[in-house]
Design a protein around this ligand. Structure first.
Ligand code: SF4
Ligand code: SF4
Length: 412
């Protein structure tokens, strides 16, 4: 039987998972999770409007969700979001910063007139300011700024509350447990403006997940998770620990950039990639980005039948190390090697947004947020960074940083 990159056979896990959800009925929130004005989230039965999707419980929130959700980050198509909701994919994931706010505004338009208990929405807010290189919060990072940004999100969405509010893009235990932001999240929940609180992470996921468990505050972790990741053994362990502690886990970055290579000559079998993430039964749902109706169609197929076939397993090249991949592990092993202290993981994530997802706006915003110039490696005679994945870091950093030569409003 074939093995995953991690050496773990997922087939038996998946079988158990599907047996566990078979027969799931009406999705309902635990009454204790509801506050004044909040309505119980009741999605239709699995065989009706959820289009026959497999369902899983979200930790101990009392909510059950279809295993496939919509990452709205790259989509500016109202009709696609409408069709997604109508097809039974009822969990939408957005963020305060996506498309500089237009993403939340677009979702707000789509949600107008829809019963509040017919969809489940998550948004994310970053703690600011933070050190661009370490990602740690500074003494100036306050809960007030965080909550003010969240109020803007609610206004754009046209909602009185969201279902999950995430502290976005956290890398370290210290950040998960950063008291001013924990208090802000707690107050948002107490005031009824969010039903659940979570933390999202693109890197160092096991540490972040374990800190979320330690906090006894968070309900959900939104974690990077895909077949390319080299820390899957530890990540799977951390997810199991989170489940044990009652935390829900939602997966992002499951498609690993959509292409193996920068030239886009080797497309990733995204159906297989999504199924791979869902083969971990500890993951409640995944939020693949959708920008086209055929993405929706494919994701609905996966939601109904997530079993990874032998051919799909082969397509993911799980037993070989592909060369020149786009996906940066975000492991941070490069950080201490660069004398100019460049935030290399963020720059290489931006590189993936540009060449993999073709989302130049997101790539531009991320590069600009790091504060590096248009040619940050110019004064370096030679590159001292030895990337754990063997990437030519200087070439990628130089390539993506030049995006800033274009005026910002080209990407607005
Ligand atoms: S560039 Fe290489 S070393 Fe740095 S985070 Fe990415 S994979 Fe890790
Ligand atoms: S060339 Fe390498 S060491 Fe120099 S600034 Fe660029 S990434 Fe850092």
């Amino acid at each position: 039987m074939s093995q995953s990159r991690t050496g773990i056979d997922r087939r038996s896990f998946l079988k158990n998972s599907l047996m566990g959800v078979a027969g799931a009925g009406v999705l309902a929130a635990a009454p204790s999770a509801l506050r004044g004005g909040q309505k119980p989230f009741t999605a239709p039965k699995a065989d009706a409007k959820t289009g026959g999707s497999v369902l899983r419980k979200l930790g101990k929130t009392g909510v059950t969700l279809p295993i496939v959700s919509m990452g709205v980050m790259n989509s500016d198509n109202d009709n696609l979001v409408r069709a997604t909701l109508d097809a039974g994919i009822i969990h939408l994931d957005t963020a305060n910063g996506y498309m500089r706010g237009r993403n939340e505004e677009m979702i707000g338009r789509v949600l107008q007139g829809r019963p509040r208990d017919s969809f489940f929405i998550a948004t994310k807010v970053e703690g600011q300011p933070r050190d661009g290189r370490s990602g740690l919060f500074s003494a100036e990072t306050t809960g007030e700024k965080f909550l003010a940004a969240f109020e803007v999100s609610l206004k754009r969405l046209g909602l009185e509350y969201v279902d999950i509010l995430y502290l976005h893009n956290v890398l370290h235990r210290e950040s998960v447990l950063f008291e001013p932001l924990m208090k802000a999240l707690e107050s948002a929940k107490k005031s009824g403006k969010t039903r659940f609180i979570g933390v999202s992470t693109h890197a160092n996921e096991p540490e972040v997940i374990r800190a979320a468990i330690e906090s006894k505050l968070y309900d959900v972790v939104l974690s990077g998770y895909n077949f390319m990741k080299t820390n899957l053994v530890d990540l799977d362990k951390a997810i199991a620990e989170a489940n044990q502690a009652g935390l829900g886990i939602i997966a992002m970055k499951t498609l690993a950039g959509r292409f193996f290579d920068r030239a886009r000559t080797q497309p990733i079998n995204t159906k297989a990639a999504l199924k791979f993430a869902l083969s971990n039964p500890g993951i409640t749902t995944a939020i693949p980005g959708m920008t086209a109706f055929d993405h929706l169609e494919m994701n609905l197929q996966v939601a109904r039948d997530p079993m990874l076939t032998d051919q799909e397993r082969k397509d993911l090249k799980l037993t070989v190390e592909p060369e020149d991949v786009l996906f940066c592990q975000q492991c941070g092993a490069c950080l201490d090697q660069c004398p100019k202290e460049l935030p290399i993981p963020s720059l290489l994530r931006s590189y993936m947004y540009a060449y993999g997802y073709k989302n130049l706006g997101a790539a531009y915003d991320l590069v600009a947020s790091t504060g590096v110039g248009q040619d940050p490696c110019a004064s370096c005679a030679g590159c001292s960074v030895r990337c754990a994945q063997g990437f030519d870091v200087r070439a990628r950093v130089t390539d993506i940083a030049r995006l800033q030569a274009a005026p910002a409003d080209f990407f607005a």
